[in-house]
Design a protein around this ligand. Structure first.
Ligand code: MEV
Length: 323
């Protein structure tokens, strides 16, 4: 029987989160943890999706755009919305079994929903003999995210599609792959407390509206940090990469997206020898990254005493056909 399996990587933002919402650039990296999406024919003409690691499954009605859940925790259920919209966008007709495996720590802010969306679009387009370029996949996936979430920057879908380390200019109009060593010594620390991205973006917006003369220069500084970081990353200037992360973290704190848990991880990472550490992503819970040349194991075991930490490697490859 006909079947297609594809995979797409998750991502982490190195510099520029939040500022990117105001048209500033950002730098993000695809990470070597992936989502796998297998599509195969079902004999009964119904469409069923199983997201194994989330324990969410259900039947989709592609013609009418409806989901009938078998099971799943309320807050994890919306993953099926991304799958539904991705299948509809790529003209899929009912009669499929879709099996999704998420080999990405859930809730660590690594963009697992974007990876599911991107991989589903590639699987489904191959299944239907539609040829999409990477740019088209990224664009369709971003539209799906907009439809499901209401608002979303193109960062997650761009990285899951293209892979590598990418400098995104305003609204991802221009994406530049940075040529840097994939063995970059970065770790992620994450708390079980999750941040609500939509709410955090709104909190920042209210602050920018209330104190434009204070906040706009901060957003401009974030832009300068990202531009300096681009150079430092390409040149492998370790000291500078670390310092820029620390400055960026302070500015993210000033936007009001820091928390006690994130602060604790950021400062313990530095105390254990990280050259730099900062919030990554929306904040309010979620994750930090720490840049730890020569100190990776020490920083991981320190953070693991009170939260969760793991090393990431950069995934050069974006979305790809597996079999
Ligand atoms: C969240 O991962 C990153 C933010 O900049 C929001 C966005 O870009 O959509 C906070």
């Amino acid at each position: 029987t006909k079947h297609v399996t594809t995979s797409a990587p998750g991502k982490t933002i190195l510099f520029g989160e939040h500022a990117v919402v105001y048209g500033k650039p950002a730098i993000a990296a695809a990470v070597d943890r992936r989502v796998y999406v297998k599509i195969e024919k079902r004999e009964d003409n119904r469409t069923h999706v199983n997201v194994e690691e989330l324990r969410v499954s259900g039947f989709l009605n592609l013609e009418r755009g409806l989901i009938e859940f078998d099971n799943g925790e309320y807050e994890k259920k919306n993953i099926l919305e991304y799958v539904l919209k991705s299948l509809i966008k790529t003209n899929t007709k009912d009669g499929l079994e879709v099996t999704i495996n998420i080999d990405i720590p859930i809730g660590a802010g690594l963009g697992s929903s974007a990876a599911v969306t991107v991989a589903t679009i590639l699987s489904s387009s191959i299944y239907n003999n539609i040829n999409l370029t990477r740019d088209e996949i990224a664009k369709q996936a971003h539209q799906v995210e907009l439809e499901v979430q209401g608002a979303a920057s193109p960062i997650d879908t761009t990285l899951s599609t293209h892979g590598g380390v990418i400098y995104l200019s305003k609204d991802a109009e221009e994406i530049i792959t940075l040529d840097i060593n994939t063995e970059i010594p970065i770790i992620i620390g994450y708390t079980s407390k999750r941040g609500n991205t939509g709410k955090l973006v709104e909190t920042v917006k209210l602050k920018v509206e209330k104190y434009p003369q204070i906040m706009n220069p901060i957003l401009n500084s974030m832009e300068s940090i990202t531009n300096h970081a681009r150079e430092a990353l390409v040149n492998g200037d370790q000291q500078k990469i670390g310092e820029l992360m620390n400055i960026n973290h302070g500015l993210l704190d000033s936007l009001g997206v820091n928390t006690e848990e994130l602060s604790k991880m950021v400062y313990f990472a530095r105390k254990t020898g990280a050259l730099g550490s900062k919030i990554t992503g929306a904040g309010g819970g979620g994750s930090i990254i720490a840049y730890c040349p020569g100190r990776v194991e020490e920083v991981i075991s320190c953070i693991n005493k009170f939260e969760n930490a793991f090393k990431i490697n950069i995934s050069v490859e974006g979305v790809r056909l597996e079999s």
